[in-house]
Design a protein around this ligand. Structure first.
Ligand code: HEM
Length: 304
């Protein structure tokens, strides 16, 4: 990708649209004397963004849609907030995101109940230290079970219930200062992509919830079971049908994030056979699979 972009730039193609890669390559070429951005650093930065930033956010959006479908009341409140701030004759823009407190509470609640990296990343103390009366020897491999902490009944009322309202008073934030709620970790190794995760999550979820109602395939039930690993995923990928709800169908063509019409052919190449076979060809235009969609969208945002 980098070679291709450099070749295009050398030939004077693509000068108009400045994407992240072009900006980074320009910084590299300018060779700032104090803080040079070498090709190795540039590649490491892009790798961090792709490896750390795509799956975690996509899985969180997928859990969010599943929880929202499970709680129609939350969906109604979200859509009401979006209809007031964005309007049904408009599509979500990045500028709306700061005006959506209920959506923000939904994001915090999803990150509480389904933290994307449930044991954080392994930490290793450089000196022997004592935590809560326990000695942690220098060089130990420490896993912190943030998943269990964020479901601790002595801290959280009805901890297994998905209830975004608990975050509406802004008492909790995820800056890492409160060790009862820290889905992005804490301290010097706290997630480097919080600002990007916030924007990607809020923008994708706002667009998906504002533009569509969601329902399950005929005869399917919603499964919220988690699958543990370094990353927390849904055990069964979410399969859901989006039903357009905006006032004007042309809005779906102009949406910069969705670009449903462009992504559409790509998506259908990914659809597993057994799901594909449930749908008649004529109905295809009305069905998209949200889990695939969310994953593609999250990747699209990072790559744009
Ligand atoms: C919902 C989305 C995300 C969640 C829940 C999340 C969570 C985390 C967690 C728990 C850690 C380990 C922190 C610790 O052990 O104390 C981490 C590290 C990291 N994250 Fe994220 N992350 C998300 C999205 C992103 C995005 C979008 C990016 C980049 C664009 C990113 C880049 C990183 C990097 C580079 C680290 C390593 C930081 C270091 O070790 O110094 N993350 N993330």
């Amino acid at each position: 990708m980098i070679d291709q972009r450099q070749k295009l730039d050398r030939n004077g193609v693509g000068q108009e649209s400045k994407d992240v890669l072009q900006v980074l390559l320009k910084l590299k070429d300018e060779a700032d004397a104090k803080m040079p951005l070498t090709m190795i650093k540039l590649k490491a930065l892009l790798m961090d963004m792709v490896v750390g930033g795509t799956g975690s956010t996509a899985n969180t959006v997928e859990f969010a849609i599943a929880e929202i479908m499970h709680k129609p009341d939350v969906l109604r409140k979200l859509q009401l907030e979006l209809d007031i701030v964005v309007g049904k004759d408009n599509i979500v823009e990045e500028s709306h995101i700061q005006q959506l407190p209920y959506l923000y509470a939904v994001m915090k609640e999803v990150l509480r109940i389904h933290p994307a990296i449930p044991l954080l990343v392994p930490h290793c103390p450089s000196e022997t230290c004592s935590v809560g009366g326990y000695v942690v020897p220098k060089g130990s491999c420490v896993f912190i079970n943030v998943w269990a902490i964020q479901r601790d009944a002595s801290i959280w009322k009805n901890p297994t219930e998905f209830r975004p309202e608990r975050f509406l008073d802004n008492k909790w934030d995820y800056s890492g200062n409160d060790l009862n709620y820290f889905p992005f970790g804490s301290g010097r190794r706290i997630c480097a992509g919080i600002a990007m995760a916030e924007r990607m999550f809020m923008y994708s979820l706002a667009s998906l919830i504002h533009s569509f109602d969601w329902k399950l395939l005929e005869g399917e039930t919603l499964d919220l079971t988690e699958k543990f690993g370094i990353a927390l995923k849904k055990k069964m990928p979410l399969v859901a049908i989006p039903i357009p709800r905006l006032s004007n169908p042309t809005l779906y063509e102009s949406c910069s994030i969705c670009r449903f019409s462009l992504l559409y052919d790509e998506l259908w190449k990914w659809v597993p056979f057994e799901i594909d076979s449930k749908l008649s060809i004529s109905k295809r235009n009305h069905y998209l699979l949200s889990s695939l969609l969310v994953k593609v969208l999250s990747k699209t945002i990072v790559m744009c």
